[in-house]
Design a binder for this molecule. Structure first.
Ligand SMILES: Nc1ncnc2[nH]cnc12
Length: 567
């Protein structure tokens, strides 16, 4: 007989007992007065009377009528961007989050070994991290695929790893109505029964139905109709509330039609400034505030994602499951008091008992930004009297318009007075010299330049400026730091190093948050008025939304699925 049965049958005492609480059974959608008895990091039993489970060495947590729920699962996020998670994970725990399903598009730009590095970096944390494999290096829609054939085949093999739970977000633009080089990855995922995550922003009707033959979930529904249409097509709906977007209203508006078992909740990324305020607790709270029943909201943050991603021993407190337990002092307010992760008490009275862990990454992670840093890298010969420019429309979306930049010395120059800036994407891989300089309106930068190596879904550096010399200065600083953000205006006026892969800060989260604020303030002080300018800038390379974006060899006209030039 195993140790769990011994406790369940009253023949041995447990390591830990959470007693006196109202335990949520997400399978039934109801609370019952039970205790949670834990042995060997697993739930042994949910006894109504825990007396026999409590021995002299048993740690007892008194829940005193409070809600006791399974640890929250973030069904979709990006842990390999913005901040090294080993320095930040304790805030997830304070937010009741014990399991995270993370994309790997950042570290994945280092090839399959980058994904292994992400798995290694997160393997021993008291939060369970599971990864999805990025298909992006396989896509050939706007550029040749980044992955070699050998890397593509290694990527497929990584699907066999237990910590890999599926394929990461696949933009519909790369896959609907055309052959895609990611086909073999999708097929292998089907063979091993792991889901494919969609990125169906703006995809509807026949296109969505076609995409449903590839994908299993999607987090891009932003209206009630979008939620229902996904569910109608058998696509698991992942509601989102995080640093990038909050679409919980759409999910709440559709919940009269859609079964909570077919929905999960996610953050889609909690950036350092937000993470210090919580993680999945905020998402569940938001869902409850939007009108979703607490039992349903919690189900969507526990059992639903566990079932969807094949985490058969998580998502509920059923006997045999990993002991991830959260005691809430206030159910509707989702106030996290105590967290047990894998049987270990990691949060008491709302504060983590575990903290940041330092880690050294392989040398290539500290030497990942190789770009030209002279003003000539941003020159654009004057040809004609107009050029295409990306127009900021807030958040992730951009539009397109024609602008007439200043002509000087045979080249087009930025015209900050007319809000015409240059915007470049430079390839930062050591063996590549690709780069394209286009134009941008709507940011309002009056002087100087900003550069960042945090370019979504491209191994590049984005540089936006009112002056080519300042663009070169900001780009040089980013390269000098081994990645990060820099704002230049005669000198470097603000910076945030992202030393790990040019993508993640290895400073304390609090310091990362502060420096992020200084970068934003430096832009604001130079006339930038748009909402969330750092989001707008880092997504200039993101082809996940139907818009005009920066690519290494031109503009990516995402809707038309073609590369276009300045005119
Ligand atoms: N596709 C993406 N790439 C980088 N960061 C993200 N945050 C949310 N979606 C993202």
């Amino acid at each position: 007989m195993n140790d769990l049965q011994m406790v369940a049958l009253g023949e041995a005492s447990a390591d830990l007992v959470v007693e006196g609480g109202r335990v949520l059974l997400p399978e039934l959608g109801e609370f019952q007065s039970r205790a949670v008895a834990v042995v060997n990091n697993r739930v042994a039993a949910l006894p109504a009377d825990p007396e026999s489970a409590v021995g002299p060495d048993t740690e007892v947590i008194h829940a005193d009528g409070r809600a006791v729920v399974p640890g929250f699962i973030d069904a979709h996020t990006h842990l390999d961007l913005q901040q090294c998670y080993e320095l930040a994970y304790h805030y997830s725990l304070e937010g009741g989050t014990t399991t995270v399903i993370s994309e790997c598009s950042g570290f994945g730009s280092f090839g399959p070994s980058g994904i292994e590095e992400f798995l290694a970096a997160t393997a021993y944390l008291p939060v369970t991290v599971r990864a999805t494999l990025p298909p992006t290096p396989l896509f050939d829609t706007f550029e040749p695929p980044a992955a070699t054939d050998e890397e593509a085949s290694e990527l497929l093999d990584l699907l066999a790893d237990d910590r890999v739970v599926g394929v990461g977000e696949s933009g519909w633009i790369h896959a609907v109505g055309r052959d895609t080089p990611a086909e073999a990855l999708y097929e292998r995922a089907g063979e091993v029964g792991k889901p494919v995550t969609g990125h169906a922003a703006g995809c509807r009707g026949a296109d969505l139905a076609a995409f449903a033959s590839i994908i299993d979930d999607d987090h891009e529904a932003i209206t009630r109709e979008g939620v229902i249409e996904r569910a109608e097509n058998g696509i698991h709906v992942v509601g989102r509330c995080g640093s990038v977007r909050d679409d919980i209203e759409a999910l709440a508006a559709a919940i009269d039609r859609v079964d909570p078992a077919e929905c999960s909740l996610s953050s889609d990324g909690v950036w350092p400034r937000d993470l210090t305020d919580g993680h999945m607790d905020r998402v569940v709270r938001r869902a409850i505030e939007a009108g979703i029943e607490p039992t349903d909201a919690i189900r969507m943050a526990t059992l639903s994602p566990a079932q969807h991603f094949g985490l058969s021993d998580r998502g509920s407190l059923a006997p045999g499951n990993v002991a991830d337990v959260v005691v809430l002092s206030d159910l509707e307010g989702v106030r996290v008091e105590t967290v047990v992760s894998g049987g270990e008490v990691v949060v008491r009275n709302g504060s983590a008992t575990v903290g940041p862990r330092n880690r050294e990454y392989p040398p290539e992670f500290y030497d990942s930004v190789s770009i030209p840093t002279d003003p000539g890298a941003f020159s654009t010969p004057a040809d004609g009297d107009w050029v295409r420019a990306i127009t900021l429309e807030g958040g992730l979306l951009t539009g397109e318009q024609r602008v007439s930049p200043v002509v000087e010395g045979g080249g087009f120059r930025p015209d900050p007075d007319g809000d015409v800036l240059k915007a470049a994407l430079l390839d930062r891989r050591a063996d590549s010299e690709g780069g394209f300089t286009g134009f941008l309106t709507g940011l309002g930068l009056e002087s100087g330049a900003v550069a960042t190596s945090l370019a979504w879904e491209r191994p590049g550096v984005i540089v936006v400026g009112a002056d080519e010399r300042e663009m070169a200065r900001a780009a040089a600083r980013v390269a000098g730091m081994g990645g990060g953000w820099a704002v230049a205006d005669g000198e470097i006026v603000a910076e945030l190093p992202l030393r790990v892969g040019g993508l993640c800060s290895d400073l304390d989260v609090e310091e990362t948050a502060t420096l992020t604020g200084t970068v934003e303030s430096a832009l604001r002080a130079r006339g930038v008025g748009v909402d969330r300018p750092l989001l707008a800038i880092q997504t200039l390379s993101f082809p996940g939304v139907p818009a005009l974006k920066l690519s290494f060899s031109g503009y990516a006209d995402v809707r038309a699925r073609e590369l276009v030039g300045l005119r």
